[in-house]
Design a binder for this molecule. Structure first.
Ligand SMILES: [Zn+2]
Length: 244
């Protein structure tokens, strides 16, 4: 992983403010709750595993049920210091895993386990499985080899042509694409800058905007500054347009 730390001009902070206020994500702040606007409610856990200090006692994954059709997986810091968040989102036809984690993990087994439990709960035999990414940094793709050669998985590599094809993004990075999971469509917004391949996933059903490493409450790492500024403008416009 290669990050460049850059000084952020005030203009970017001004641009970030409305995004943070509207939606950003999720893991550190309240997300939209069911208020009659058709947004499906969910809950966040009281706390996330962080990595020890007693690693023998801590699970390698925290599997959190945000609601019956959306799960947040937190990889333990005992496995890898980046302790990333991953997501499993279910539609009627597809279950998609967003990112494959960091270090030597067993995300293949965990994804299968989540899908199997969901199928049992729903009284179903099967669902198509898919693996996608927010971007290509090593702490989000380390588990890719566990999926690449599986016949039962639709695996989307993180190069831009593959991303455009999978999400029908006609013009990178200006166009917004979609991912149809069956009765549930994610909108896919290109937001390169932190990495060359960043995309944000907007789930209209829950009102969650999963934005990867592009924005979070901490030091931001920007590799392509010109692209980053345009991406922030793009995601602010998108958020204002689609806010629930
Ligand atoms: Zn990253």
């Amino acid at each position: 992983m290669l990050h460049f730390i850059m000084t952020k001009p005030l203009s970017v902070f001004r641009m970030l403010a409305p995004v943070a206020a509207l939606c950003i994500l999720s893991l550190y702040s309240q997300v939209p709750q069911s208020d009659g606007a058709g947004v499906e409610a969910g809950v966040l856990p009281a706390h996330w595993i962080a990595g020890g200090p007693k690693c023998m006692e801590e699970s390698e994954w925290q599997i959190h049920e945000y609601n019956a059709d959306l799960y947040i997986l937190r990889e333990s810091g005992c496995t890898h210091y980046e302790k990333p968040f991953l997501y499993v989102i279910f539609g009627n036809d597809k279950a998609t895993l967003i990112n494959t984690g960091a270090g030597q993990n067993d995300i293949g087994r965990v994804f299968d386990q989540v899908v199997e439990k969901w199928l049992k709960r729903k009284g179903r035999e099967s669902i198509q499985k898919m693996v996608i990414h927010t971007h290509g940094h090593s702490d989000h793709i380390a588990g890719d080899p566990q999926f690449k050669d599986r016949k039962d998985i639709e695996f989307v590599p993180f190069d831009i042509p593959s991303i455009q094809k999978a999400f029908s993004i006609t013009s990178w990075p200006e166009s917004v694409g979609t991912l149809d999971l069956g009765g549930r469509t994610l909108e896919v917004v290109p937001v390169p800058g932190h990495h060359s391949t960043d995309v944000a996933f907007y789930d209209k059903r829950t009102g969650l905007l999963l934005i990867g490493d592009t924005l979070y409450p901490g030091r931001l790492y920007v590799t392509y500054w010109d692209q980053f500024e345009k991406s922030i403008e793009r995601i602010v416009r998108f958020s204002l347009k689609t806010a629930v």
